[in-house]
Design a protein around this ligand. Structure first.
Ligand SMILES: [Zn+2]
Ligand SMILES: [Zn+2]
Length: 462
């Protein structure tokens, strides 16, 4: 209980003196007041004091411990591993002067969480981030049992939750991390629930066996790069709370086949889905199928490299699912003259909500962008607009800027390098950097004249 307010300078002094002598600090953990733990933890984490952190986890006097908004660098990886290693799973001996209270170790990096959740009522500890879905969660296991019941605590292993985001990219660091998690789960004999809410996997088939220890029902963000849709289906079948699904370079045989149908049925079940990325799905003439199965609350839709056709744009412009998107990415799909009308309709439909629009590399010419502009400037919520790598000339680019500068929410524009800067259009090696520098200067001057110094116009030169 915070019953005394310690002046911050005094607190800093206490923390610094503890950190200056690691072994003394570790000894002192048995006796220091609880309110010193959080500032000491923050300072030890920032300073990379691995042994102090390991010792602190062992005797952490609160119900939960969150990394929260502490920034995690590459060098912190060892710290996180040590914290997992020393996370106490079995109740400590009664003789230990300070028994660990920690039940939830949260190593996710999130901006909104404190190091430990406030103890509203001291007798029933509560964590705002505890697992709500898994059968192995504390809530499900202890259910209605009174918390803090000492008889229960000493007899059976207390359920403990470890909250981690997992990103598997084939690197050694990730492999070691995964091995550590699997080892810890085995050591816990069923009392540890590894709760992964953000799962990113590159080359899914390499991890078929290793991922078995996870309860996929906890995942709310799934991203897979390179994998077979039939295996993804088997994962999706065990998920129900997805908020974000990203599938990149996923393979399947046919848009008319059984596997794709099963995938659509899983999509339909995901009522909480807010974000869908189907990059490189070859959806030509089949977007309507997908749109029919997307839950109505979708905010972010990414369809780059989907080989969309006129028919697809037509459906998109009429789809009730595409009337309130905040983000739409149609990059790397060719837009022909006939496609412009449905795209204008789509933009008008989205004008009240659209914040991010990406139309990079869509073969949009001067005349095409001139058709799109009236619809585009109705999107008053727009914050980011990308239309890089389209064959646009300098006079039209300047014209576009004149139209866009009154959009006060618009802060970032990723513009195409005008065609005159290339000897041969779209061969990056033929880019004349001197000409580009003049373009950049001209645009900068125009922005100043329009008094839009808050707006950034950037482009890709690689
Ligand atoms: Zn908490
Ligand atoms: Zn969970």
């Amino acid at each position: 209980m915070m019953d005394a307010v310690v002046p911050s300078t005094l607190l800093d002094l206490a923390v610094q003196s503890l950190l200056s002598n690691e072994s003394a600090a570790i000894q002192a953990l048995e006796d220091i007041p609880r309110e010193l733990f959080v500032p000491l933890f923050i300072a030890a984490f920032k300073g990379g004091h691995k042994s102090i952190l390991s010792a602190m986890v062992k005797v952490w006097p609160f119900y939960c411990l969150h990394i929260g908004s502490l920034s995690i660098q590459e060098s912190h990886h060892e710290l996180l591993k040590a914290m997992i290693e020393y996370l106490p799973l079995c109740p400590a001996q009664n003789s230990a002067p300070r028994r660990p209270k920690i039940r939830i170790l949260d190593l996710r990096q999130v901006t909104y969480s404190r190091i430990t959740c406030p103890e509203v009522i001291s007798k029933s500890p509560l964590c705002f981030h505890s697992c709500a879905y898994s059968d192995h969660s504390i809530t499900k296991i202890e259910g209605h049992l009174p918390l803090g019941n000492s008889g229960l605590e000493t007899q059976s292993p207390r359920p403990v939750e470890l909250l981690v985001d997992i990103s598997l990219d084939g690197s050694l660091i990730e492999k070691e991390f995964l091995d550590l998690l699997v080892g810890k789960v085995e050591e816990s004999s069923g009392s540890l629930h590894v709760c992964c809410r953000d799962l990113q996997v590159d080359k899914l088939r390499n991890y078929k066996r290793t991922l078995k220890f996870l309860d996929f029902n906890c995942v709310d963000r799934l991203s897979v790069t390179k994998g077979s849709l039939s295996y993804i289906n088997s994962i999706l079948s065990r998920m129900a709370h997805l908020q974000s699904l990203s599938l990149l370079k996923v393979s399947f045989r046919s848009l008319n086949g059984k596997v794709f149908k099963i995938f659509l049925s899983h999509l339909q079940r995901m009522e909480n889905l807010k974000e869908l990325n189907l990059a490189s799905f070859y959806l030509k003439n089949h977007l309507d199928k997908v749109l029919r199965f997307i839950p109505p609350g979708l905010d972010f839709l990414y369809l780059p490299f989907c080989n969309l056709s006129s028919r697809d744009y037509q459906f998109l412009s009429q789809s009730p699912q595409a009337t309130h998107l905040k983000l739409l990415n149609l990059s790397n799909n060719t837009m022909y003259w006939n496609d412009l009308e449905p795209i204008c309709t789509l933009l008008v439909n989205l004008s009240g909500t659209l914040q991010i629009l990406e139309l990079n590399n869509c073969h949009i010419s001067d005349s095409a962008i001139s058709v799109l502009i009236p619809a585009l400037i109705r999107c008053t919520q727009l914050r980011v607009l990308g239309f890089a790598s389209n064959p646009i000339t300098m006079p039209i680019l300047m014209n576009i800027m004149n139209y866009l500068t009154p959009l006060m929410e618009l802060k970032y524009v990723i513009y195409p390098i005008p065609v005159h800067c290339f000897d041969e259009w779209h061969f990056q090696c033929s880019l004349d950097r001197r000409k580009l520098a003049i373009v950049q200067l001209q645009l900068k001057t125009m922005l100043e004249l329009a008094q839009r110094n808050d707006m950034k116009w950037i482009t890709y030169t690689e």
